[in-house]
Design a protein around this ligand. Structure first.
Ligand SMILES: *Cc1c(COP(=O)(O)O)cnc(C)c1O
Length: 500
């Protein structure tokens, strides 16, 4: 032992609180502050820029000496807490970012306090996760025998799903042989042009390459053209390539469109292809009686990726992968190692089954917040809230259609609305500049946070409502604000187009 090592039981600072009672005081303070923060979220700006001095102050040397918990917490409250991207606010509708349920905040505290290791093992949390996955499978009408795993997000769920599909349908042992070398036919897979960018990351990461992902044209409703898909598969087969998977989307990120999942399921059955559905947010239409028909066919998928941190309003990160064939799921990831044996009894009884369903070994107790939120509120409350969000999107569409200066840019079948302000006699380029500026001013005013996208050649303001705090009045006020800003901007001097 080197001479300088700290001897056992010497008088070094402890990492647990020296005084649990004063820790309890700080804990209560934090809890009060979090509750106040949540209860007053609508009274603050949806977003505010991070002041330069605050950003500067966040750049600090490594804290080699102790600052203490109280002082550290004060810094957090001052410099971090007020400056988030705003998705807990009732008028945040950017990208697809859920609003976060208070009960889940407490669940995350409990989960961290308990700090179990979720690779499996003989412990209640493992069964809580398995129960949560089984509930989600039931809600999606997947068979009882299906498998699943909680993961960080829809992207990770999709990447894992394609890894399972690749292993199950490559026609050779991908895990053993990899994809290097020319002895195998090129594997190809399919999605629509509207497929989310996670799929590109997935094919790059899985060694399939971007060329393997065929992005098929969509119809006027932004759904994949099944005839074109069928043709692309036939062309690839004729050229000696090996189609193995079709990705359907329930709720595209751009416009909320849902592919004809029944038709895709039929096609995959005929062609013997793996059918994956990306239902990051749209899958949850399944639990709402009025929306359920839109995602008909989702229950026929071989794998389904869905987020809980979007349209189930849970805090980040929480998503779920479902795989119909439990053996195929396990076969894609299971490994063994001498230090990971399963015992007959004791802590290791049951082994590490959750580590065998994905790439992570150490996993957190994400299941608890889902379990607590579902039990606290009941599934019907979520179904109602989802329908209410769709109702709010329809209200926004009505308001847009009732306004000569606003233009809807794509059908809005679900909770995503793409539109713009139109100034009479303006060119496309001028519309882009005006709406870009309008978007930034709405955000910078702190009033609301929409995001943007392109619908073909048109720059769109994009509102995606996965927010349990939004009310109809928020939508109406937002429309007034957009029209007011649009008028002010189009009356003022021309806005330089930043893309020029
Ligand atoms: C958000 C989204 C994803 C990615 O999910 P993350 O949870 O952000 O990783 C994938 N597909 C669609 C349709 C999405 O909306």
């Amino acid at each position: 032992m080197p001479e300088s090592i700290v001897p056992p039981d010497s008088n070094v600072p402890q990492l647990d609180p020296e005084d649990w009672e004063s820790f309890r005081g700080l804990a209560r303070q934090m809890m009060d502050d979090v509750v106040d923060h949540l209860a007053s979220v609508g009274q603050r700006p949806a977003w505010q820029p991070l002041p330069d001095d605050v950003r500067e102050a966040l750049r600090e040397p490594v804290p080699r000496e102790a600052h203490g918990a109280e002082a550290t917490y004060r810094v957090f409250r001052e410099r971090v807490l007020p400056y988030s991207n705003g998705n807990t606010h009732p008028r945040f509708w950017g990208w697809v970012q859920g609003s976060g349920l208070p009960i889940a905040v407490l669940a995350d505290l409990l989960a961290s306090g308990m700090n179990p290791h979720l690779a499996g093992l003989n412990q209640a949390p493992r069964f809580v996760e398995e129960q949560v996955v089984a509930w989600i499978a039931e809600l999606m009408d997947f068979p009882k025998t299906s498998s699943g795993l909680l993961c960080s997000g829809g992207s990770m769920a999709g990447i894992l799903a394609l890894a399972v599909a690749r292993h199950a349908r490559a026609g050779f042992d991908v895990r053993e042989q990899g994809l290097q070398g020319a002895e195998h036919p090129t594997l190809t897979l399919y999605g629509s042009r509207e497929t989310h960018s996670w799929a590109t990351k997935a094919v790059e990461l899985l060694g399939l390459g971007r060329r393997s992902l065929r992005l098929i044209d969509v119809d006027d409703a932004y759904r994949v053209r099944v005839d074109a898909l069928r043709q692309a598969i036939a062309d690839d087969r004729r050229a000696g390539r090996r189609p193995f998977c079709v990705i359907g989307t329930a709720g595209t990120v751009n416009t909320g469109a849902t592919d004809d999942l029944e038709a895709l399921a039929d096609l995959c059955a005929e062609e013997q292809l793996w059918f994956h559905v990306d239902g990051a947010f749209g899958a949850w239409a399944r639990i709402a009686p009025a929306l359920r028909p839109m995602v008909r066919g989702i229950e026929r998928a071989d794998s389904l990726a869905l987020d809980l941190h979007k349209w189930m309003y849970l805090p980040f990160e929480s998503a779920c992968l479902l795989v119909r064939d439990a053996d195929a799921h396990r076969a894609a990831f299971a490994t063994s190692a001498p230090y990971l044996g399963a015992g007959e009894r004791g802590v290791s009884a049951g082994g590490f089954p959750l580590a065998d369903r994905g790439v992570e070994l150490t996993r957190s107790f994400k299941a608890l917040k889902i379990w607590m939120a579902l039990k606290t509120h009941g599934v019907e409350a979520f179904a109602d809230m989802i329908e209410q969000n769709v109702g709010q999107a329809r209200l926004l569409v009505e308001q847009i259609e009732g306004h000569a200066e606003l233009q809807l840019l794509a059908p809005a079948p679900l909770n995503v609305v793409c539109f713009r302000y139109v100034a009479h006699g303006s060119s496309e380029r001028e519309h882009h500049a005006l709406n870009q500026e309008l978007l930034l001013r709405v955000q910078e005013s702190g009033f609301a946070v929409p995001s943007s996208t392109w619908i073909g050649e048109r720059f769109a303001l994009r509102v995606a409502i996965v927010n349990h705090r939004t009310r109809a009045a928020d939508i109406r006020q937002f429309v007034e604000r957009v029209v007011g800003l649009g008028r002010a901007l189009s009356a003022g001097p021309k806005i330089p187009n930043t893309q020029d």
